[in-house]
Design a protein around this ligand. Structure first.
Ligand code: AMP
Length: 115
């Protein structure tokens, strides 16, 4: 597996990277759905939440803590934000490299469309 996100992590494709460490890379979404729209991506190639294992417990927690830190840095911690992880077809996942969306900067709409 080598997704567009792996290429961004390796520096082969440009992106607006806002944070990177040995476990995660975070960059601005190319097609933002809110004034702040960041993606928190594990450097390790994990396709979906379904593919997380026990060995990834600390990594998954780190992703949440980095998201919290970035919300603070972006100035949206107090006004609020939404974290989203899409999984597979029904979840609307387009890029099969696990990522957390951090969205904020205005009022989010309803959590999901009811039908
Ligand atoms: P998802 O539907 O959860 O898989 O979300 C994938 C997200 O990746 C979408 O919001 C896209 O706009 C975003 N995206 C795709 N390619 C890039 C890219 N090259 N740089 C930044 N964001 C991207």
């Amino acid at each position: 597996m080598s997704t567009i996100f792996s290429k961004i992590i390796r520096g082969e494709v440009p992106a607006d990277i806002v944070y990177q460490d040995d476990r995660v890379t975070c960059f601005r979404d190319i097609n933002p759905a809110a004034p702040v729209h960041l993606l928190i991506v594990p450097n390790k190639e994990i396709a979906t939440v379904n593919d997380l294992g026990e060995q990834d417990e600390r990594l998954a927690g780190h992703m949440l803590l980095v998201a919290k830190e970035l919300a603070e840095r972006e100035g949206i911690a107090q006004s609020g934000y939404r974290l989203i992880i899409n999984c597979n077809r029904d979840g609307g996942q387009e890029v099969h490299h696990l990522h957390v969306h951090l969205l904020g900067g205005h009022r989010m709409g309803p959590m999901v469309l009811r039908r």
